[in-house]
Write a protein that binds this ligand. Structure first.
Ligand code: NOJ
Length: 859
């Protein structure tokens, strides 16, 4: 096997090795930040700051001070001498976790369903402001990994869509919004983190799996570029300050020690100028990860709460004894501080005013070790959530996809008797925040579970909002049955109803918590809590049944979607705190639906391809998750196997209708593509710290907190200080070739600027079409541009552009989108660059991936 992989390696013109197999070739040295592409100012400020620091102070910025040692889910060490507090990292992608008086926004998957760039930006900005005002410096989100390879993936909903263009656009808009609000975004999880099963050894062991290493996702170079890396490139171009490396391995090398993914892809090819932070506890090696491109270890300890660290004092030792050159440490600190200055944290910072480990006002300063080591005010209960409800409600409504409508919607609100059926319409009897990190499916589902959740400040249920709407509009009767097994009651009510609104759901989350036997990933794609039967019971007696689904992704609807009594179907995703109001807005026509499904609704699980790995397949070693489907996930898989979905990717109805005409494609005057050539400047250090060991002994002036991670040494004897049995091993046995080389390095042909070669972003075609609202209501249409790249190995079509257009009744507007060079290119593993193939290419414009009303050849 190994020989085969090596045989496929080719040495390219620029000297690096590469492959079209699933392999992570070593790449050293770790590229140093250069302050390019909008980073110059921040970089200079970071250099100025870091040049004042001692060795221990620099190390302190690279390493968290340990699990539950401070307010935030992770905090780096501080620089007290300069009055600089440690950097506070806090979850997550839809709001502030572990805090109250905060908002719970719609999930990423809902943002994707809006297909609305501006809403994505505005949501990002609103979240960023809350983080900033609570004193968090880094928001751990958004998510573009998982992208959604397998529909069961537990955390797909935290991200956007299995389409890389849709995910890329919304990742970039979210990053911009959050960072414009003054908080650093940490985009996660880099990369190939597509399932919860087997991501962490200890977690898997806890579920009874006997594995000794985390799973490895095997991704070939072309798939990596054309699918998984794509949205990360968009984010780097948008100036993302931080990227979180993932728990699992990529091509059998851990995400936070993988020199190919961090050094080569991210820092060399994409020219990323910010910092890479580990996922929590994903740090598994000291010197090796420093060389492989890791910049910050979180929460700093080896295992959470162990009191030991791969970095901290050990990194101090590694620099003191010359193993890790000081320029690499400096680069870590400079990257962190560049991100800090880039988003304007220096101007906006307030002290952290919440505490992740208690909601009480007073509490332990170091929750890990208890109040005897410090007890103080830890929570100021600062209310940052006000003023967001209208935005959250709007995103909720505008992300609700009308999948089917046989004329029943919108409702008038004056129906004689409205039946509301299903547990998903009502509240959680334990309270909206009653389950740890939302790890239960009680009552209406408005978010998944895990670290990607926030406390609801309140949760409007569908039942609340619908009843209120009906009472406001007239004096119809309304009643509800929320017991999903009370068939008699369901039938009694539904059989009398003018309209029956059935609410069902399907949940998923992060692997550290299991719900109903689902260890993060869903065990299957069926509805939860007997949902199918609730629908059948209702539809069997009410010929005006409307189904609303709150789900984390696709579910199997084959057994009921075409039932003659089911007149309308809506997918409302995970809308957050305003859930009920948002669905009422759609049901009663306050908002005309304009959302489109960000994933495909298949007839069965098989049609999606890309299986999730649920069972060990490599003995006790790392389970091997082979991404053999390549770029063929979601609609690309359906197209490839000629499988007709029930509702295709991009599908979504409106209460009005639209017509499409007059497709024009204009070739733009773009400069020819120039692969980047030349060299970087050599590595340099802003300062040269003292290398006198005794200067780094634990200072007597500091009170030592147990299990806290410090940058100091407890002895000037290296072996004793490091507590490493192997200390003193000849460095050539573990330092990878080239890792300490500080000389100028060749630039990557596809690189040279953040996000990649500027020529890739050059606009090469303009696509226009005419869209008319032919119905009887104002409405929004999401016009979608697909491209056939034409090659035998290419998907039939790939999404390449879209815009949401608001049209009054009878109004006509011109839609336009541009194609960049990257849009029309394929990744070439041999030249390690993007190339436009010679195959004829066709542009399609339509209202979904299968309603391609217009097409024309790319001239
Ligand atoms: C692990 C999760 O994978 C990550 O997304 C999260 O940010 C960290 N835990 C911190 O809670």
């Amino acid at each position: 096997m190994k020989a085969l992989l090596w045989a496929s390696l080719v040495t390219s013109t620029f000297g690096a090795t590469h492959n079209d197999e699933q392999y992570s070739p070593p790449f050293y040295p770790s590229p140093w930040a250069k302050g390019e592409g909008g980073w110059a100012d921040a970089h200079q400020k970071a250099l100025d700051f870091v040049s004042q620091l001692t060795l221990a102070e620099k190390v302190n910025l690279t390493t968290g001070n340990g699990w539950m040692q401070h307010h935030c889910v992770g905090e780096t060490g501080s620089v007290p001498r300069l009055g600089f507090d440690g950097i506070c990292f806090q979850d997550g992608p839809l709001g502030i976790r572990f805090a109250h008086y905060v908002s719970s926004f719609p999930a990423g998957i809902n943002v994707a369903a809006t297909w609305d760039r501006k809403l994505a930006y505005t949501r990002g900005q609103a979240m960023g402001k809350e983080f900033s005002d609570k004193g968090a410096d880094v928001q751990l989100g958004p998510v573009s990994g998982p992208i959604g390879r397998s529909p069961e993936g537990g955390r797909n909903w935290e991200g956007f869509s299995p389409d890389p263009v849709l995910t890329g656009v919304f990742t970039a808009e979210t990053v911009r919004g959050m960072q414009d609000a003054g908080v650093i975004t940490s985009l996660k999880h880099f990369i190939g983190n597509e399932q919860e099963h087997f991501r962490i050894v200890r977690e898997a062991n806890g579920y009874g799996f006997n594995i000794s290493e985390s799973a490895s996702t095997q991704i070939d170079d072309k798939t990596m570029h054309e699918l998984y890396l794509w949205p990360f490139a968009d984010a780097v171009r948008a100036g993302v300050g931080s990227i979180m490396c993932s728990y699992q391995q990529i091509n059998n090398s851990y995400g936070c020690a993988n020199s190919y993914t961090m050094n080569s892809l991210l820092k060399n090819e994409l020219d990323f100028q910010g910092f890479v932070v580990t996922d929590w506890g994903a740090h598994g090696t000291g010197v090796a990860s420093a060389f492989a491109g890791l910049d910050v270890s979180m929460p700093g300890d080896t295992d959470l709460g162990s009191g030991f660290s791969y970095w901290g004092g050990n990194l101090t030792i590694a620099v003191l004894n010359g193993t890790v050159p000081e320029w690499r440490l400096d680069d870590m600190a400079v990257r962190l501080m560049s991100a800090y200055y880039k988003v304007g944290r220096d101007k906006l910072r307030v002290p952290v005013n919440f505490n992740s480990w208690t909601k009480h006002t007073y509490g332990a300063e170091h929750a890990m070790v208890g109040p005897q080591h410090g007890y103080d005010i830890v929570n100021q209960h600062v209310d940052v959530h006000r003023g967001q409800s209208a935005l959250i409600r709007k995103i909720g409504a505008e992300s609700t996809v009308l999948l089917k409508n046989n004329g029943v919607l919108p409702l008038s609100g004056t129906e004689k008797l409205t039946a509301i059926i299903g547990e998903d319409a009502g509240p959680n009897a334990w309270g909206a925040n009653g389950c740890e990190d939302r790890s239960c499916d009680n009552g209406t589902l408005a978010t998944g579970w895990g670290s990607g959740t926030a406390d609801y400040p309140y949760l409007i249920t569908p039942a609340d909002a619908i009843q209120r709407t009906i009472l406001d509009k007239g004096d119809g009767l309304v009643d509800l049955v929320t017991h999903n097994w009370a068939y008699d009651k369901i039938q009694q009510l539904a059989s009398q109803a003018s309209v029956a609104l059935v609410f069902v759901n399907a949940d998923a989350g992060e692997g550290f918590l299991a719900v109903d036997g689902n260890i993060g990933d869903r065990n299957n794609l069926t509805l939860w809590k007997n949902g199918e039967e609730v629908i059948r019971q209702t539809a069997s007696v009410c010929n005006n049944t409307v189904v609303v689904m709150h789900t984390v992704g696709p579910v199997l609807i084959n057994s009921w979607y075409d039932h003659e009594n089911i007149k309308a179907i809506l997918w409302a995703g995970l809308p957050g705190q305003e859930s009920g109001n948002a669905i009422a807005d759609i049901l009663y026509g306050q908002v005309n639906p304009g959302a489109k499904s960000p994933f495909t609704w298949g007839k069965d699980r098989e049609s999606y391809g890309a299986p999730l790995l649920y069972k060990q397949n490599n003995g006790n070693e790392a389970p091997q998750i082979d991404f053999t489907e390549g770029v063929f996930i979601d609609y690309r898989a359906f197209d490839k196997t000629n499988t007709t979905p029930i509702y295709e990717f991009g599908h979504g109805l409106s209460y009005t209708t639209f017509s499409y005409s007059d497709l024009q494609i204009q070739k733009l005057d773009a400069a020819p593509y120039k692969p980047t050539t030349g060299y970087t400047s050599p590595a340099s250090s802003p300062s040269n710290s003292s290398k006198t060991w005794s200067e780094y002994l634990f200072p007597e002036s500091i009170r030592k907190v147990p299990l806290y991670i410090y940058p100091y040494l407890n002895s000037t004897d290296p072996k004793e200080a490091s507590a490493d049995r192997h200390y003193g091993l000849p460095t050539d046995q573990y330092i990878p070739a080239g890792a300490t080389n500080s000389s100028a390095q060749p630039l990557h042909p596809a690189g040279g600027a953040p996000g990649g070669n500027a020529g890739l972003w050059e606009e090469v075609y303009k696509v226009t079409a005419t869209i008319t609202n032919t119905g009887t209501r104002p409405g929004d249409e999401v016009v979608q541009v697909y491209l056939s790249l034409g090659g035998p190995d290419d998907p039939q079509i790939v999404l390449r552009g879209f815009d949401k257009i608001a049209l009054e009744t009878g109004q006509t507007k011109t839609f336009s989108a541009v194609l960049t060079r990257r849009d029309i290119s394929n990744w070439d593993p041999v030249t390690q660059d993007w190339v436009v193939s010679e195959y004829p290419k066709t542009v399609f414009v339509g209202s979904s991936s299968r309603k391609l009303h217009l097409n024309a050849a790319l001239p």
